[in-house]
Design a protein around this ligand. Sequence first.
Ligand code: ZN
Length: 80
Amino acid sequence: MNMLKAAWGDFFYPGLPEVWLINEGDLERGRAVVSKYESSPIETGVVLCPACGEENPRNFQLCWHCGAGLERALHPDSPQ
Ligand SMILES: [Zn+2]
C-alpha cells in the first residue's frame, strides 16, 4: 500500500479499514487481507446520503454535504 495514500485516507476517511500486526508472524496474513481489500472492484456511480439525500461518490465514507456516514446506504443490513 502506498503510505502517502494511506495517510491521506486516514486523515479524510477515518472509516477506512486498517490492518494492525501484533505478531510479525502475521505479516503474510495481513498482506493477504490488504491485497484482498485493494483488489476489490472499484465502485462507480453515486450513493444517496441517508440523512440529507445528497449525492455522493460511492467511494465516499461520509457525506460531503452533512458528514453523515454512508455505510448504511452502501451496505444495507441484508447479508448476502
Ligand atoms: Zn448528507
